[in-house]
Design a protein around this ligand. Structure first.
Ligand code: ADP
Length: 168
């Protein structure tokens, strides 16, 4: 087993996501990050912005050989089209479990050839979510421990905070 997909909203990508990418790469050398076009919640960043930020963030932490793609519709169709053996998801706290369990079993019913694999996040990222990062930044807090610099700058531009700066 070597080919896997790591799907998500990535609105925006955080160090928690990047931690999962690093762990997943050890198991799946051929890993692709997939940004969903229509996440469950209305996203702050457009699909292109989320994809670009994911690429920049991966490069910023030295993960240059993890391609980023986008998909719409059923995740399992994307996984089949890309011929992957596994879908990687991150687990933070038990609050992730119910939804992930439901999704994994539904995907297995739709195609039993694709396994869902769950990786535990690092303890220091177990509370971290894209939503928390957006909220902290919105109120002027420091998010440098949670997201790479390129994401921090993008949040400043998007939320109209700080001075306009160079393109990320
Ligand atoms: P989705 O809307 O599909 O849940 P997210 O971008 O919120 O998209 O999350 C994508 C995946 O990354 C999910 O499996 C989620 O549990 C995981 N994830 C999000 N934040 C973290 C984190 N801090 N540590 C580990 N995994 C995380």
């Amino acid at each position: 087993m070597s080919r896997a997909l790591y799907p998500g909203s990535f609105d925006p990508i955080t160090y928690g996501h990047l931690d999962i990418v690093q762990r997943a790469r050890k198991l799946f050398p051929d890993l692709t990050l997939a940004v969903v076009e229509n996440p469950r919640k209305a996203p702050l960043f457009s699909t292109k912005e989320r994809r670009d930020l994911a690429e920049q963030a991966l490069a910023e932490v030295g993960l240059r050989d993890v391609p980023v793609t986008t998909y719409s519709g059923l995740l399992i169709e994307c996984a089949k089209n890309m011929n992957v053996e596994a879908i990687v998801r991150g687990m933070r706290a038990t609050s992730d479990f119910d939804y992930e369990f439901q999704m994994a079993l539904t995907n297995r019913d739709l195609d039993s050839g694709v396994e869902s694999v769950f990786l535990m996040t690092a303890g220091r990222y177990s509370f971290l979510s894209s939503s928390i990062v957006k909220e902290v930044k919105q109120h002027g807090g420091d998010v440098s421990k949670f997201v790479p610099r390129c994401v921090e700058r993008a949040l400043e531009r998007k939320l109209g905070l700080g001075r306009p700066c160079e393109s990320a």
